[in-house]
Design a protein around this ligand. Structure first.
Ligand SMILES: [Zn+2]
Length: 325
């Protein structure tokens, strides 16, 4: 006996759902012209013998492109592959000592068991600055525009902000995303785009060791690279920083992150959890409408410290400045 008409219909629906989800999770070839996006690790010399590392290779609109990081400044850049001379070898003893490679190895040193809040959590050297990181996990709510507006209104140079963005948040909040991008293009905000994974897996009630990126079947490489492609398609530069969803990782996840040359970023001042920032703190708030208590605390902090910001006794700093050089 063959399958019944209703079971055929059931499988047709499943097939359509699978196709739709594959298409949704693989926007890579669909627009932006980015193909063959892959992680590499190729140290090379730039101008004035600056040590750089090519981290990604890909094709954009038919030409070979490279995402490269400056090992002293942690600044990434997209360049044409033909502009880099890979023939001049950088010895391991040279690139391994650079601030970028040292930080990458230090913050991805695998440890056994479940790990919360791994990675850099505060500045490595004394500074009057704090580092604002804003998580944009997938959300059904509107974003906290007031968080961005209050940051733009601060009397600090460049208004630096690190936005840990997920692909699904971008997909579902196009207008809000475009608004932030426009604020950055107009130099009202200076955004470091931190990788918060593409789909940001999360299942309520599931223990942390089997949740977030540690969920069964999750491919961390695809999650991280997929988000980078989405940023590049939108004309934005991925930074070499990664924030684990839920701040949850384990040895395997850290090893994958090292292989992708991504430095994990935790926080020592998750405002909604009652931790207030001190000098050098990495501040964590959610800007996706899911944690308004944190936003209220941040805006109060801005208000309380108004004079300190004005007089330069306190400032916001870009995330790359949290690393000692
Ligand atoms: Zn998140």
């Amino acid at each position: 006996m063959g399958p019944s008409r209703s079971s055929l219909k059931f499988w047709a629906v499943i097939a359509a759902l699978v196709t739709a989800s594959v298409l949704r999770c693989a926007p890579l070839e669909a627009n932006g012209g980015i193909l063959n996006y892959r992680a590499v690790f190729k140290p090379c010399y730039g101008a004035k013998d600056a040590v750089k590392i090519a981290l990604r290779e890909f094709e954009r609109n038919g030409s070979s492109r490279v995402l490269i990081v400056d090992t002293a400044s942690f600044q990434t850049e997209e360049v044409d592959a033909s502009t880099i001379d890979f023939n001049r070898e950088v010895e391991k003893k040279v690139w391994r000592k650079t601030p970028f490679a040292s930080a990458l190895y230090r913050y991805t040193a695998g440890r056994d068991g479940l790990i919360h809040n791994d990675g850099i959590i505060r500045a490595e050297a004394a500074t009057p600055g704090v580092f604002l990181t804003v998580d944009m996990c997938p959300s059904k709510r509107s974003f906290n525009r007031d968080l961005f507006a209050s940051t733009i209104a601060l009397p600090v140079k460049d208004r630096p902000i690190a936005i840990a963005v997920s692909g699904l948040w971008i997909e579902r909040h196009r207008d809000e995303f475009n608004w932030i991008v426009e604020e950055a293009r107009s130099n009202r905000l200076s955004v470091t785009w931190v990788n918060h994974s593409y789909s940001h897996p999360y299942r309520k009630g599931v223990p942390d060791e089997k949740n977030f990126l540690l969920s069964e079947g999750v491919d961390l490489d695809k999650e991280a690279l997929g988000l980078e492609v989405l940023l590049l398609e939108n004309g934005l530069l991925p930074s070499p920083f990664f924030r684990f969803p839920g701040l949850v990782s384990d040895r395997r996840a850290l090893e994958r992150l090292r292989a992708l040359s991504l430095i994990p970023v935790g926080a020592d001042a998750w405002l909604a959890k009652g931790r207030m920032p001190g000098p050098g703190s990495i501040i964590l708030v959610h800007g996706n409408g899911n944690e308004n208590r944190g936003i209220e605390k941040l805006i109060n902090f801005y208000e309380e410290k108004k004079e300190d910001f004005k007089e330069g006794r306190l400032t916001l700093k870009p995330l790359k400045d949290a690393f000692a050089r």
